[in-house]
Design a protein around this ligand. Sequence first.
Ligand code: AP5
Length: 219
Amino acid sequence: MNIILFGPPGAGKGTQAKRLEKNRGLIQLSTGDMLRAAVAAGTEYGRKAKEVMEKGELVSDEIVINIISDRLDEGDVKNAPGVIFDGFPRTVAQAEELDKMLGGKGMKLNAVVVLEVDDEALVERITGRYTCAKCGKGYHEKFEKPKEEGVCDECGSTEFTRRADDNEETVRSRLAAYHEQTAPLIAYYETAGIVKKVDGMADIDAVTKQIEEVLDGLA
Ligand code: AP5
């Protein structure tokens, strides 16, 4: 089963993708995570992407398509029961290329799960987000606190980080890019009849339940 988790920045795509990885063995393919890894490693793609990401704009279609295409050819992805595209595609050109890539690899998209969340809630979610510096587990100051304050639930680390683009000004640019370039993709996938809308304003567990119900309905 291959799905796209679709939605604006902060909608909960990463949070829900991690849960689907655990519950269903699907593999999360997050272009944002891959680009941040490329930036940290100082690769050619990373050097090109860094400034664009810090401004909250979209990295070139060419770079993200190459990154995804390479990842789809790796062994763990080929042997998995399916993948979750998180943050990809973000433009019509990326969606068209994804169709070609999947067709060429004998894969298909089963659903595009759209997380619907109000813009003002997104700003609060993103500016309150932080991550364990050691294992990458995500938290939120208000909505997803560790059980013991200042200690990661998963690995016990006391070091946490915040993303360079998680400030209010950049969030507004990211939201503008979403509405202008990415939201039109919902209509693109509606013509294929695979769009499933979910109330992303609900709490994290309730959103997981809705997504699981959608996926159970596909099986
Ligand atoms: P990317 O990393 O993809 O960021 P994004 O789309 O802006 O999404 P986020 O990771 O911010 O949010 P999310 O939906 O995963 O939310 P999360 O689950 O963390 O992209 C970053 C940049 O990379 C882009 O701006 C662009 O420059 C570039 N890029 C990436 N892909 C690209 C592409 N395909 N083409 C071109 N450029 C690309 O949740 C957020 C917070 O809210 C968390 O703290 C969480 O705990 C909390 N939360 C989650 N769900 C709920 C809930 N239901 N209720 C309350 N709180 C919640």
